[in-house]
Design a protein around this ligand. Structure first.
Ligand code: COA
Length: 379
């Protein structure tokens, strides 16, 4: 039995199938990605974030009428209750926007008297309300922390464009709005990644939707997951010049350091999302006349493919787009959390609908049957 268990053990659960799902297919060997059976290339090119969120939550693409109603519903649900505004005010300037988001999502449970009895459609409603509130929390908190006036969303703009508008206080250009929408679509879902699995684990104890998404934010924050986007920006800043890029990469490899934005647990070929994002990053850089980061990215990509056969992940090029749009570095992880919120909700609903407590085993490697020494005799 012990040997059998040992054989099944995989560090970091690599390659282990931990549950069934009808939401997303990641084909890591061929670099293919599908949401609810649709190819990511088709969705990223043709759909808004709201359209893809509808697909994830309702299992079908919306008609135009359904999409209009859903877009309005999300816009209506974005407003924050006064209790949450107070929480944000209390921590303004002290916490990072990612920590503020985690705190506010947790606090929202306190503002929902119904949370204990939430089932079925009520969970769907809470999920939609959270998806709607994520950007409001981030942009409200960000502007509060900077002492800037809060900007109300523009009903003529969609979810992703409104994020840019309410954070910067300036309406995005059509290209910026389209690029951020595409970025949200590409980030919204990715099967059993660490944060989504954590969301499902929380739900599997029949805990509530607020707790599940709070867990998701906490797990996403780490630099090996959603925090990578921020670490990539820091890396570009640290490298500094195009000339310094190859020496920087070679030195990092010699010192066994990881290059941020490179590699992926599941994709062993080019990340299909990075393939979609790269031309966007190139054209944005061209438009702003600042090609430095893009040129540095191409060098990192070339050297890592040559030296390690590792390729960029989606965040590598997103970081360049955020930079050219002038988004503050501390917003990079919250942007990922906002985009991922609908994937988390879809997984939470799927887990609620067919639940089994997630409780794996560990391979115990400590001692056994130690001699017990009473407290007064211990040295
Ligand atoms: N830079 C340099 N080497 C890397 C690397 C990177 N970004 N990613 C993986 N490697 C190397 C490891 O050093 C290791 O090499 P070795 O076998 O010679 O020791 C090998 O590839 C396997 O790495 P490992 O960390 O075990 O793979 P993983 O499946 O756990 O890695 C990530 C997946 C994403 C955690 C990893 O690629 C990484 O840390 N990337 C940087 C962070 C990042 O961009 N995260 C965002 C993910 S969307």
């Amino acid at each position: 039995m012990a040997e059998e268990l040992q054989e099944n053990f995989k560090r970091g659960l690599e390659g282990i199938i931990a549950g069934e799902s009808k939401i997303c297919k990641v084909n890591g060997a061929e670099g293919k990605l599908y949401y609810r059976g649709y190819r990511i290339e088709d969705l990223a090119k043709n759909c808004t974030f709201e359209e893809v969120t509808f697909l994830l939550l309702y299992l079908k693409l919306p008609t135009r009428k359904e999409l209009t109603a859903f877009t309005k519903e999300l816009a209506r649900m974005g407003k924050l209750p006064p209790a949450i505004m107070k929480v944000l005010k209390d921590i303004a300037g002290k916490a990072t926007p990612m920590d503020a988001l985690r705190t506010a999502v947790s606090a929202l449970a306190g503002a929902d008297p119904d949370v204990k009895n939430a089932r079925g459609d009520r969970n769907l409603a809470i999920g939609k309300s959270l998806i709607a509130k994520f950007p409001t929390i981030v942009t409200t908190y960000y502007r509060m922390s900077k002492g800037l006036p809060i900007v109300k969303p523009d009903p003529k703009l969609g979810y992703a464009a409104n994020f840019l508008y309410t954070v910067k206080g300036k309406r995005p250009t059509a290209e910026e709005a389209r690029a951020i929408d595409m970025d949200f679509v590409l980030h919204t879902e990715h099967s059993f990644n660490a944060s989504t699995f954590a969301v499902r684990t929380t739900v599997s104890t029949l805990s509530d939707m607020y707790s599940a998404l709070t867990t998701g934010i906490g797990v996403l924050k780490g630099p090996l997951h959603g925090g990578a986007a921020q670490a990539i920006t820091e890396q570009f800043e640290q490298i500094g010049t195009v000339e310094n890029t190859e020496p920087f990469v070679m030195k990092a490899l010699a010192n066994h350091q990881k290059l941020m934005g490179i590699g992926h647990r599941v994709y062993k070929v080019y990340d299909p999302r990075a393939r979609i994002m790269k031309p966007e990053a190139r054209s944005f850089s061209k438009r702003t006349g600042d090609m430095k980061w893009f040129e540095m990215a191409e060098i990192i990509e070339r050297v890592m493919a040559r030296e390690k056969k590792l390729y960029p992940n989606v965040d590598f090029f997103s970081a360049i787009i955020y930079h050219t749009m002038g988004l503050d570095i501390e917003l990079t992880s919250p942007v990922f959390a906002i985009a991922r919120s609908s994937g988390w909700v879809a997984h939470a609903l799927e887990q609620y609908s067919d639940n089994r407590l997630i409780r794996p085993l560990d391979l115990y490697t400590g001692p056994l049957d130690l001699k017990f020494i009473p407290i007064d005799k211990r040295k």
